[in-house]
Design a protein around this ligand. Structure first.
Ligand code: BG6
Ligand code: MG
Length: 218
């Protein structure tokens, strides 16, 4: 039987939480008189909480003490947690359940590779936690995407060679991480942003079961 490791990012791929991260960062940035553009926000996708704040402060040419930095991180996450408090399966992105069910039917290993420290909690909230054979998230890694650590750990957890893994990502940093890991990268979003991916689809509705079958047989 042919097997591939299918590794999913979480925010913006499985669930529509990218918008909540944006809202929480934007609100926080305003309190310290920093504003950032939509293009800059793309650079926050896939990036750890600490790295995101460093970038925002750099865009605003602002320096803060270590204590203030830590306090800003807590405020951002507290705000984010209020956005996701009432999350349920309604926020699973279109056709994600079909894709997961198809891969399960085909007995393919399924992993999660997310920068978020809230990933396990969110998977449980939307009822998908048990669909993953291996979950690697922000609590497990030390290096942020585009470092490939998160995906290499997920491949390891699935007992798959990196070259036999396929990554679904909505961020440029994540696509780069998958490419550096030597995995097949599939961008979910806009081709203009995710041009470095091996394949790009607007969302999972464009990904057919036949396409998945081709990936499995490759
Ligand atoms: C990534 C998101 O999945 O997780 C980023 O794309 C976010 O926007 C990062 O900053 C860290 O998430 P968290 O939940 O640990 O703050
Ligand atoms: Mg993402």
């Amino acid at each position: 039987m042919q097997r591939k490791g299918f590794i999913f990012d979480l925010d913006g791929v499985i669930v529509d939480t990218a918008k909540y991260h944006f809202l929480a960062w934007n609100k926080l940035a305003k309190t310290i008189n920093i504003s950032f553009t939509e293009e800059e926000n793309e650079q926050l996708k896939g990036v750890s909480r600490v790295r995101s704040l460093e970038k925002i402060l750099a865009w605003g040419n602002t320096e803060v003490s270590q204590d203030q930095f830590n306090e800003l991180l807590i405020r951002k996450n507290d705000d984010y947690l209020t956005y996701i408090a009432s999350m349920d399966s309604e926020e699973i992105l279109p056709d994600v359940p079909r894709i997961l069910n198809y891969l399960k039917e085909e007995r393919q290993p399924i992993g999660l590779g997310s920068a978020s420290k809230n990933a396990r909690n969110i998977l449980k909230k939307v009822g998908l936690f048990n669909d993953f054979h291996c979950v690697v998230d922000g609590t497990n890694v030390t290096k942020a995407k585009p470092d490939p650590e998160v995906f290499l750990m997920a491949a390891d957890g699935l007992n798959m060679a990196a070259a036999d893994c396929i990554v679904f990502e909505d961020s440029l940093a994540g696509v780069e991480a998958a490419n550096i890991a030597g995995m097949v990268s599939i961008g979910i979003g806009e081709a203009s942003v995710l041009h470095e991916a091996n394949f790009v689809f607007t969302d999972f509705r464009q990904i057919t079961n036949q396409f998945l079958q081709q990936l499995i047989k490759k």
